[in-house]
Design a protein around this ligand. Structure first.
Ligand code: ADP
Length: 389
């Protein structure tokens, strides 16, 4: 008897660090790809820990925990960008396959590093300066004109760690409680007309695909809605934004998803806000809305499989986030949403409802923007308890 008959081949293991909804949606795709997912979760109750079989609960900043987790994985990828760079470099030196790799990921982890690199490449960005203290921030504001934006270089998310500083009198706030190793990046305040997102996937062998550019609407630093394609975006600008994202992915040798968050100025020109190297909220519309979702293409890239078609299925796709409201039993609320709209897609994250927390999203697609917007907004409002019928 051959040994292969006695013991089936070990499945290919993808390790995901971070157990939020992105990991949960990656897991959904991994089932169809026939790979096994191991999850390093922050706690037993996080979104993905409720569905993945192989869960380690542990601290992703603890070297021993991450080393032990990675030892069982063929490749390691992420739900967030907060694993310390030193630790990732140590894993890579020990032969662990980390995708995206630490050298690329630095640009999504540290806004000062990202600004420096993009500027050096001639990519349009807001005017910026790394400021060491309050006086330097005030000097930057006096030169640029107030208000200015101040951001922590690391650790920010959903608008935490971003301040609109109105005048010199407010310049001290960003510097209070600054964690060790974190810098303040001062930026010109861009009076943008809207925010855009260009998402691409790139595989280790260099194949890359670009999703259509989306418009994203943020409220209080949190994405509430995306519309794809971005309405009224000049086709040449759309192609330029896709090309920009592909170029950045190539230059930084990103493996997996890259989301380039853009701000469109009132004169129509665009500047880069920031980079994310993982599935992104502005790409959630691709689940059901594109031929190949961002989660599918992220995993395909990580596995170095051919990437799938990123094209949208319908002329318009609208994604609306469901933020925790007064509805606690979200699965029961589906009865109403699906009865009302059979072409709606709802994705629930299995999280307990807390005010403002991202607990799911809805996606509507159709031929007419106004109707599609209305359908998505209504369903999200219903799931948040803001609409009765
Ligand atoms: P986070 O890492 O929390 O997502 P971002 O850098 O994306 O932080 O900033 C959050 C939001 O703040 C952006 O989506 C945008 O609305 C606003 N913002 C960021 N930078 C600027 C800027 N230079 N000018 C104007 N608004 C900005």
């Amino acid at each position: 008897m051959t040994s292969s008959a006695a013991s089936p081949p070990r499945p290919f293991v993808v390790g995901i660090i971070g157990g939020g909804q992105l990991a949960r949606m990656l897991y959904e795709v991994s089932i169809g790809l026939g790979v096994e997912v191991h999850l390093l979760a922050e706690g037993p109750d996080v979104s993905a820990a409720g569905v993945v079989h192989e869960v380690t609960v542990g601290d992703y900043t603890d070297p021993a925990t991450v080393r032990a987790f990675a030892a069982d994985c063929d490749v390691v990828t992420f739900d967030h960008e907060h694993v310390p760079g030193d630790l990732l470099r140590e894993l890579e030196a020990a032969g662990v396959v980390v995708r995206p790799g630490s050298a690329a990921l630095r640009h999504a982890q540290d806004k000062a590093v990202m600004r420096e690199r993009l500027n050096a490449k001639g990519v349009a960005c807001p005017a910026y300066r790394v400021v060491a203290d309050v006086a330097a921030l005030v000097a930057f504001g006096d030169e640029q004109g107030w208000p200015v934006i101040a951001k922590t270089s690391r650790g920010g998310y959903d608008g935490h760690g971003v301040w609109k500083v109105a005048s010199a009198a407010d310049a001290a706030e960003p510097f209070t409680d600054l964690a060790p190793g974190v810098q303040i990046v001062a930026e010109e305040f861009v009076d943008f007309q809207r925010e855009l997102s260009a998402i691409v996937a790139r595989s280790p062998s260099g194949q890359a695909v670009a999703y259509p550019v989306s418009e994203s609407v943020q409220r209080d630093g949190v994405c509430v809605e995306t519309v794809t394609p971005a309405p009224g975006l000049d086709p040449e600008q759309a192609v330029a934004a896709e090309l920009l994202a592909l170029t950045i992915a190539h230059e930084l040798e990103v493996v997996g998803l890259l989301a380039v968050e853009l701000m469109q100025r009132r004169d129509g020109s665009v500047v880069v806000n920031e980079l994310a190297m993982r599935p992104h909220n502005t790409g959630h519309w691709t689940l059901g809305g594109a031929h190949t979702s961002q989660f599918d293409n992220h995993l395909r890239a990580v596995l170095d499989l051919p990437l799938g078609d990123p094209a949208a299925r319908a002329p318009w796709t609208v994604m609306a986030n469901v933020l925790g409201g007064t509805v606690e039993d979200l699965p029961s609320a589906l009865l109403h949403c699906y009865a009302r709209d059979r072409r709606l897609r709802v994705q629930l994250y299995g999280k307990s409802v807390r005010p403002g927390r991202k607990v799911g999203h809805v996606t509507a697609y159709g031929d007419d923007l106004a109707t599609t917007l209305k359908r998505a907004r209504h369903a999200a409002a219903y799931l948040m308890g803001d609409a009765d019928a």
